[in-house]
Write a protein that binds this ligand. Structure first.
Ligand SMILES: C[S@@+](CC[C@H](N)C(=O)[O-])C[C@H]1O[C@@H](n2cnc3c(N)ncnc32)[C@H](O)[C@@H]1O
Length: 230
């Protein structure tokens, strides 16, 4: 990811931040992602969790019962506007163990063997497949042996080869179902996305030494849940 890409993505997410929770909270697909992500993470008690693209920290704010006894939750987030909402929201929700890293996850530096669970929901499609691989390499070294990786993302789960334009149309229909198509395309059109296939992403994770399971949430949203082979 070049510095120009990072600055452009940061600016895009800063403008999306004020309306983000209202736009996404009610979506069925988002609720399904949340429910399955919680199940696949399992108990968070005493664990150190690293979240890539934490956004407004909605996953944690809405699920204090699940994450309230985590040892530490580290949220990596490019957009200062998203992160400001995360920090306030996490305090209001009662968390004392949230720390934030205002950076691109393509440039983070996390200590080796320091993390029990790496989570990411609906964020990694913002970087190229080559960048995904280097982020995965970085989190692999950050994870403790037997550590858990749960990544829910925009992924093509259909098995069909689709052009970038076709994928973008499917994505806005998935994430902006109530907005007229042309308006939704205009809202997101200038922003780059790199959606890969569910099996393709699962293979990238497996290549790094993980036992991998996959789940399909919808045609264009999938989950890769993996455990690092100790
Ligand atoms: C669709 S939102 C999802 C936010 C949150 N994970 C959720 O599920 O509510 C995508 C988030 O990823 C963040 N993001 C995109 N590219 C990033 C990068 N390279 N490094 C860190 N965060 C990034 C955006 O700023 C945005 O907050």
């Amino acid at each position: 990811m070049t510095q120009t890409d990072i600055i452009a993505s940061q600016a895009y997410w800063d403008t999306r931040a004020p309306a983000f929770d209202d736009q996404y909270n009610g979506l069925d697909v988002r609720q399904m992602v949340t429910a399955r992500t919680l199940d696949l993470i399992g108990s968070a008690k005493g664990k150190t969790i690293l979240d890539l693209g934490v956004g407004t920290a909605r996953l944690y704010r809405d699920n204090f019962q699940h994450f309230g006894h985590a040892k530490e939750i580290i949220g990596v987030e490019l957009s200062g506007e998203m992160l400001a909402r995360a920090e306030t929201g996490m305090k209001d929700a009662g968390y004392h163990q949230f720390s934030s890293l205002n950076a691109s996850y393509t440039e983070m530096d996390i200590a080796e063997n320091s993390v029990d669970v790496v989570v990411s929901t609906l964020s990694l499609h913002h970087i190229t497949d080559a960048d995904k691989m280097s982020v995965l390499e970085q989190v692999t070294q950050a994870l403790k042996p037997d550590g858990r990786l749960v990544i829910a993302d925009q992924l093509n789960c259909t098995g069909d080869e689709l052009t970038a334009q076709e994928l973008q149309k499917k994505m806005v229909q998935t994430f902006f179902p109530e907005v007229p198509l042309e308006e939704a395309l205009a809202r997101t059109g200038h922003h780059k996305e790199y959606t890969c296939s569910l099996p393709g992403f699962a293979s990238m994770v497996a290549e790094l030494g993980f036992h991998v399971e996959t789940e399909t949430i919808s045609d264009f949203v999938g989950i890769v849940a993996a455990r690092r082979i100790a």
